[in-house]
Design a protein around this ligand. Structure first.
Ligand code: HEM
Length: 186
């Protein structure tokens, strides 16, 4: 339960798991979206490394989508602890706007990626469990338009995440107002 002044253990776990996955997903997405990067990736990961990175981006993205669905459910049940001492209204509204934009994008972006590879079709083997189920039938035009939106919105997640980290560090290092500890300390 989000009780007192901090988030619950489950909320912290989901927050840090999603944060770690996003740190990997955005650069991996940028690398795989340009086929010219293949020699560089394969020099590093060996033959077939580009395709493995591509599949990892798709599969980890689907895991991230599931974690985000769980996170929103937990947030709906457990709520969010109040800020104490209260933070200025304008800052609270700005924080809420960034948090909700991140929640929305972290659902929409992996969903668009999954729809894109379903329609292409380019569905990967899901961690040895069989082919990832498709969300649509084959439709190359749909795949191309959906993936053209997925990419820039994925980069927007990266930009908002940087803003979010800078704001958190300002609370933790400059202000020392307890906001940073809500997501870090037990
Ligand atoms: C939160 C999760 C995800 C993030 C943050 C993310 C982010 C990105 C980014 C930043 C790019 C590069 C865009 C560019 O340089 O223009 C990209 C490309 C791509 N992503 Fe994702 N992605 C996510 C989930 C997924 C999922 C779940 C799938 C499929 C199941 C997927 C499939 C792809 C594909 C196929 C490309 C290449 C698109 C192209 O070449 O046009 N992504 N992603």
């Amino acid at each position: 339960m989000a009780s007192g002044l901090g988030y619950s253990g489950l909320q912290k776990l989901l927050h840090w798991a999603v944060a770690l996955l996003v740190i990997g997903m955005v650069p991996a997405g940028i690398v795989i979206s340009d086929f010219d990067n293949k020699p560089m990736v394969e020099a590093w990961l060996g033959a077939g490394g580009f395709d493995r990175l591509y599949d990892l981006h798709k599969n980890v993205g689907v895991v991230l989508l599931a974690l985000m669905a769980l996170r929103l459910l937990v947030r709906a049940v457990q709520g969010k602890p109040p800020y104490y001492p209260p933070i200025p209204r304008a800052e609270r509204l700005a924080a809420e706007a960034v948090h909700w934009a991140l929640y929305a994008l972290l659902i929409a972006v992996p969903l668009l990626g999954w729809i894109g590879v379903s329609a292409y079709p380019a569905l990967p083997d899901f961690f040895g469990l069989g082919t990832l189920p498709g969300l649509t039938g084959p439709d190359r035009a749909l795949a191309e338009s959906v993936l053209a939106v997925h990419g820039p919105l994925g980069i927007l997640i990266g930009a908002l995440a940087v803003l979010h980290v800078l704001a958190a560090l300002r609370h933790g290092i400059v202000r020392r107002d307890g906001v940073f500890a809500r997501m870090t300390s037990g």
